[in-house]
Design a protein around this ligand. Sequence first.
Ligand code: ZN
Length: 235
Amino acid sequence: MTNLFEEDSYLKEFKTKIEKINREEKYIKLIDTAFYGKSGGQPGDRGEIIVDDQKIEVLDTIKKDGDIINVLKDKDIGEIKENSEVVGKIDWNVRYKHMRMHTALHLMCSIIPLGVTGGQIGFEKSRLDFNDPEKKINKEELEEKINLLVKDNHYVTSEIIESKILDEKPELVRTMSVKPPQVDGKIRLVRIGEVDLQPCGGTHVKSTIEIGRIQIGKIENKGKMNRRVNLLLSS
Ligand SMILES: [Zn+2]
């Protein structure tokens, strides 16, 4: 299986074949996929799969035993066959918002030099939780700094490295609760210009300018090690 979204996060439509169908659990696995499987705080993609001119709705995309699988409706899964040629279409409105949100969270993380204890990307708002017992995070200052980084038009790129290199640079791993995804002893690093570098398997925009104006929402206290910073986009 090739994860097409890792090479090109802007791929909205792709051709492939159905590798496996699980009718009991109502999911299929495609040979190659541009559908992002729910992980690392980023929701799974929705969209549709077209088989012989028939449109089948993809309700969700998740990871199961390392595979990326598409969850389908009961009535649709009965109709399809393994090895059929299909066209996959990503619900781009939702996914592109997730890409902008995701990249914005990297920027937030680069500004706040504290351990990350949690996070979630959403369509309306996203959040990161920080270990901030002294309440150092300031909403106005953060909003000003993060919007400057957006305007600076930093390019976002990714590279694959041996995961053992990461053992020598543990400071790259900002999340205290989530282990970065490893495949065959390799790990994907996402770099935002000179601003941020960290292991990540998600989808991002090409340049920070695409994020647009960021609004920092409520900062909530969610326990000793959790200060939750909410983030919204203006469009
Ligand atoms: Zn990321």
